[in-house]
Structure formats: C-alpha cells, structure tokens
Design a binder for this molecule. Sequence first.
Ligand code: TEU
Length: 570
Amino acid sequence: MPASPATRPFRSSVVYQIYPKSFRDSTGNGVGDLRGVIEKVPYIASLGVDHVWFNPFFPSPGRDNGYDISDYRAIDPAMGTMEDFDELVAALAEKGIGVILDMVLNHTSTAHEWFQRALAGDPVYQDYYILRPAKEDGSLPTNWVSKFGGPAWERFGDTDHYYLHLFDRTQADLNWHNPAVRAQAAGIVNFWRERGVRGFRFDVINLIGKDEELRDAPPGTDDRAMYTDGPLVHDYLRELAAASFGADEAGITVGEMSSTTIEACVGYSRPENHELSMVFSFHHLKVDYDQGRKWTDVPADLPALKRILSDWALGMQEGGGWNALFWNNHDQPRAVNRFGDPGRYRAESATMLATAVHLLRGTPYVYMGEEIGMTDPAYTSIEDYVDVEARNAYAELLAEGRTPQEAFRIVHRKARDNSRTPMAWDASATAGFTTGTPWLRPTGQEAVNVEREEREGSILPYYRKLISLRHELPLIAEGAYAPWEQDNPDVLAYTRTHEGDRLLVLCNLRGTDSEVTLPEGLETAEVLIANHADADAWVAAHRAVRPRPSALPLRPYEAIALLERAEPAA
Ligand code: TEU
C-alpha cells in the first residue's frame, strides 16, 4: 500500500483535524465513518492542508468517544474496516496529504484484553497497570482526583487493590515503568507505520512518567503536580522514538501536554532531544477559567491571553522547541464563541483569530468546521449533551448547590460537545452529515455550512489563503518572533523577521474600535492579508498622516498583516 507522502517539513505544514464520529456518515446510522471521510477527500484537499489528524477510530466501548481503546490494531467496526482505512490513506496520499493517528498510550479501556487478563488474575498483565492497596487507614492510595470528576482510584475487581484512572474509571492508566508496556507502545506505533502512517499525535503523553512511589498532593496544592511532566517522560519518549517513529525522516509527531510548562515543552520538542516534532499546550485556553477552574463562566482575560501566547512563542523560540498552534479541537468549545462574537462579527472574529495563530511561529492546526466559522450549538437542555465529562460536571455543579439553570449555563459555555457537533455540509436538517439521525444534534447549519461558505462566504477563502501563505513564505515558517506593543490591552501584535523581510501582524481582539502604534520603517510594506476588503486603502490613508509615527486605528476584530520585503518587488 502507498505510504503517506513525504510532505513538506512540519514547520511549513498545516494540519487539519477531523473528529471522525462527526465528519460524515456514509451509512445512515448517524455516526461518522471512514468512508464518509473518503467522500470528502476533495474538500480536504481543497483546503491545501498537508496532514490530517484523526481522533481515534479504534475499537472502543465509546465511554470517552474512542479515547478508551480496547484494541489498538484494528478499526472500530462502527467506523469501517482496515480496507477502508488503507483506501483513505491512499486517497489522501494521492492529494499529497499525510495521516496523523491518535495514539492513546497513557491508558487503555478497562475492556482491553490486557486489563481483562489482569482482572482474571494474570500477574504479567497486572503489572501493565497501576495497582495499589488502600492506605493503612483504609483510604484510597492517594488523594488524586480524576480529570472527569471524582476520585482517580477504582476498586480492582474484588481484590483489596485499586487501579489508577486519571480520566474516566473505564480508562485505566498504564504502568510505563514496565518495559513490556513500553515495548507494546512501540509495537502499536510500528503496526501503523507498517500501514504507511508517518504522523502520530500522542494523547496526554506527559502523564506517562509517574513516580514509582505515588504520593498524596500536600493539602491545598494541585494534585496534577504529582504526576505531570515527570523526568521519566523524556526518557520514555526518546525510547519510543528510537524504537518506532524516530526512523521516519519526513514524519510528524505531536504530543498533547496537559498542564505543562514551557521548559518541559522545550525538552519534548527540541530536535536535538529526539523526542517529538511539537507540542500542544493549553494555557492560552484557560483564560476564561475562574481561578483555574474550568466549570465556571467568566469572560476571557484578553491581556492574559496575549501574555501567554507571547511567552510561549518566545520561550519555545529561545529554547529551540516548536509549538502546535490552535484555538479549537475536539475538547474545546468553539473559539469564535469564547474570544469572538458569533453573532454580529462572526466572519471578522473568526478570521482575526485565524490570522493570530496562522502567522505565529509553530505549526497551525485547523479543527473541522473552524474554516467555515462554525459556532457552539444552540442547545437548551443538558439532555442535548452526550459527553461523560459534561454530564459529570453538570451533576457536580448541582451537588455544589447551583440551580439547574446556572449549571446548564456553565456546561453550555465549556462543554467539549460544543465542537463535536456534526460538520455542517449543507443547510438541511441533518446538515448533510447523515441520512439518519445524527448522534449529536446539529444546530445553526441553516446559516453556517460548507455549501454556503463556498458560494458566498469570506472565512473559507481566508483560511485557504493563510494556509498557502505558510507554504510560500519562509518568513512565516521560519521567521523569528517578537511581540509588539505588549502592553496594548486590545490588540495582539507581533513581528516575524527572516533574512531582512519583516512581517507585522495586528489583530484587534475586541469587538470595538482599537488602535495600535506602527513600528518605525515599514515604508514600503504591503498588506499581505487582511480581513477587511479595503485594508490597503485604510493603511495607506493612515500612513499618510503626519507627523509619523501615527497610530493605526483598527475596526472591530480587524486583522492586518503588513509585509516589508528586504528587496521590494519592482
Ligand atoms: O485530553 C486530555 C485532557 O487533559 C482533556 O481531558 C482536557 O483536559 C479536557 O478535555 C478539558 O476539559 C485527551 C483527549 O484529547 C480527550 O478527548 C480525552 O478525553 C482525554 O485525553 C483522555 O484520553
């Protein structure tokens, strides 16, 4: 079978993310599948992207929509067959697009054969998991909490031991201290490499380096510090790379780093360390968390957002690491709702947000539907939500004494299902996603869908242009980053420089008029891309103002990138 194509280097690549369960259903059962994706390969190729990252489509009980894997070397029958998979890889390869598979190697489903054998008493497989007795006083082995709510320990069968689950109780954490587990992990990656895959995303991979001795978080401290970014993560990643993907010159790998630091991420992604190509971090998506707590409803702190984006861009640049750049994924509500205005300024805010990350130093990821400006669903009841995390959070909010209205309002703002609604292909009742009943209810497709966006929209062409700019300009892929007007509370601004070329990126984060000072020079700068049609005239008019330097006013959610070339075009 054809291997994934040797695409361009990851620094000049753009990745498209597909949540297969919600992309396109070819059978009418209401759940997306691989043949559905095959149907849409021409659309994916039309975006100009270099890779597609697929969320897991391996056999799974589906308690966490495929992040609870029961067989790493097969396709979930509800999603298709291995033949479908091979055909999909080939169809994408023909368009020059590589495949990135989601490797969930921190935990398995409790339905996985390894866990089942462990439960049946096989000591070999018991050592695959993290089993501990209760403390002497009978309490749980540690005071850690699950990321999906409740304690992180569950009784191991009818024994006096408990198994660790940092996520749902059906997602048992693997014991990476066991060399057999590490060998299994490499074997899984190699299984897919042998089928031609050259891209891998590693789920919560910075949680694999837990200490041998697990300790309570001291009272009042964050328990995540007890198991996140342990020094062993680096050793295990290097070992995994050496035993599998490290051999792929043109490969691309990305680690999902939960609650991490710049320092750790430099380590994970410096080429000299032979770990990963790049990292996902999430601090910029916690600026609408009240005191670090997700299930709260506060406006986004935009100055904090600016600071975090800049700190990460600078810190990773100084350390020689590489960021994955993104606003949206399958775990996040839609960024247009969080940081933009999905009503009055949907197109402006969607394209402003796109500009902000696509021109940064790193590799941009576009989550399906983002490129047409899809928004959070207009759900009105908790019954619309399916996700285990949202359901648990709702129950916990009620238990804390919130009214059902308050609890719903908070869940509605933060739920992961907000981005998991079916891809809107057309304005029909099922959004062109299925001929049956969608597993998650689409809303808003009358106004926002691919068909309409292709016909008359401004967001899709804008994304296509941003993607092609990264391919064309080494300045965008390789240029040095520096923040501009860091103290401006309204405008996100930065420069990129490369071999004498200079790019100035200006993004008004507000739905009101703002202004920004222009740096010296830029006399011959041209508008490279902008989300208001008359940006050329706008910039020219303000440049004419004397005495200089003048401030440039920006309209609501306006984005302008000005390019000054070392050798101005004749
Ligand atoms: O997510 C890791 C993770 O930490 C998320 O749970 C995130 O913190 C949360 O969604 C924000 O509220 C990965 C996957 O992306 C996610 O879909 C899985 O549920 C999770 O791992 C467990 O595998």
